[in-house]
Design a protein around this ligand. Structure first.
Ligand code: NAD
Length: 364
């Protein structure tokens, strides 16, 4: 959330209930509607507002336009005891990814490890949710994700769009009472949602977040969206691109996400986009490992002890501290569970407009 922007704070239960009723009104059975609401709100709880309820209007539009479908399940294309290729049939990602992850968890629990190649899923949101699900089952998990038909990121050294925002995620199960160690980030310098926030007058983008077609670096959302006057924020209208983080290293990770989650799963890469831009699908190649099968009975305890040692590193800035992967999310979750979820005024207004079109009443 951009500091200093006015927000509308909604209690977690109220927000889940509203979003659930909206998806039910949009054609989902109650169980799926509540699931979509639960995972979107979970992203907000973790502080990743770019992958939370801000997505609701777009998801509902996609349902209406037949760019994603309610009531779908994964189809298993091929499987053994340790791997599966599954097709998401462009179902809602919260259902499809959950099924794919649960398949991986079941196989890894039985065999020690499993690889699941998921393709053609509707948007699967915050990848950390899936690593947390595996972590809750005691598993280590690694996920490479791409966004088919959504090229908006330039490779290092280039100006043309070639990648999606391609997240990478690694989850390590936590000891009782301690948060998981959870690394989960987009390989673009900022998620597209952050360009959206900046385009609405929110937190400015960091230097060099965008690149124009002439190679000039930019922080102006127009580079990605084209003229903002229309109110529309469609990357299809811009001529520039997002940049990857970490120069050639982030760009290399983004590239490998396309190869693993796009080519290897069979779900397709970010581009080239032929014809009109529409909804997007995620591919995800996931690895699940059960430490107990690897003779690593003390793994979780040793990982935690090492994490505590890392945290003891002296802060670079006076009063600062070293944070572990997953720590910012755990802290934000504790605060938001207590105080409610602050949403940008524009985000809340867009959700309420969509609710009105569905004839769903907002919170009292
Ligand atoms: P980010 O830049 O906020 O990075 C988050 C990661 O960095 C977390 O692991 C966090 O614990 C860690 N972290 C943050 N601050 C830290 C600090 N000071 N010290 C140590 N570690 C720290 O995340 P992002 O790139 O904006 O991605 C946001 C979300 O978007 C992710 O959950 C990702 O899965 C999701 N995403 C999804 C898709 C999709 O297609 N489904 C695409 C892109 C991104």
């Amino acid at each position: 959330m951009a500091a200093g922007l006015p927000t509308h704070v909604v209690a977690v239960d109220e927000l889940r209930s509203l979003i659930g009723r909206m998806f039910a009104a949009a054609g989902c059975v109650t169980e799926e509607a509540e699931r979509v609401a639960r995972f979107l709100v979970s992203a907000n709880l973790a502080g990743h507002d770019s992958h939370g309820v801000i997505r609701v209007p777009r998801y509902i539009e996609w349902l209406g336009e037949g760019l994603v479908f309610a009531g779908k399940s994964i189809s298993v294309v091929t499987e053994t005891s340790t791997h599966a290729v599954v097709d998401g049939n462009v179902g809602l990602g919260q259902t499809i990814a959950m099924q794919a992850v649960d398949l991986g968890i079941g196989k890894a629990k039985a065999a020690g490890m499993a690889v699941i190649a998921l393709r053609n899923s509707g948007h699967i949101g915050r990848i950390g949710d899936w690593a947390e699900r595996a972590g809750d089952a005691g598993l280590v998990s690694i996920h490479f994700v791409n966004v088919a038909k959504s090229e908006i990121v330039a490779p290092f050294g280039g100006v043309d769009r070639r990648f999606g925002t391609n997240p990478v995620c690694i989850g390590i199960p936590g000891e009782a009472g301690k948060p998981m160690l959870l690394l989960d980030f987009a390989t673009s310098m900022v998620a597209e949602g952050k360009v959206l926030v900046a385009s609405n007058g929110g937190k400015p983008l960091p230097a060099g977040a965008l690149i124009g077609p002439d190679g000039s670096l930019s922080t102006d959302p127009v580079t990605l969206y084209g003229p903002l006057e229309s109110g529309q924020r469609n990357p299809g209208n811009g001529t520039g691109a997002l940049r990857t983080f970490g120069d050639h290293k982030g760009s290399g990770l983004a590239f490998m996400c396309e190869i693993l989650a796009g080519c290897f799963t069979g779900g397709g890469t970010a581009g080239p986009i032929v014809g009109k831009r529409g909804g997007i699908t995620n591919g995800m190649l996931s690895f699940y490992m059960d430490p107990s099968h690897f003779g690593s009975q003390h793994f979780v305890r040793e990982a935690r002890a090492y994490a505590d040692y890392v945290k003891e590193a002296r802060p670079a800035d006076p009063g600062g501290e070293v944070l572990l992967p997953g720590e910012p999310e755990a802290r934000t979750r504790a605060i938001r569970l207590r105080d409610g979820i602050p949403l940008q005024i524009d985000t809340w207004a867009a959700i309420m407009r969509t609710a009105a079109t569905l004839k769903v009443a907002g919170p009292a």
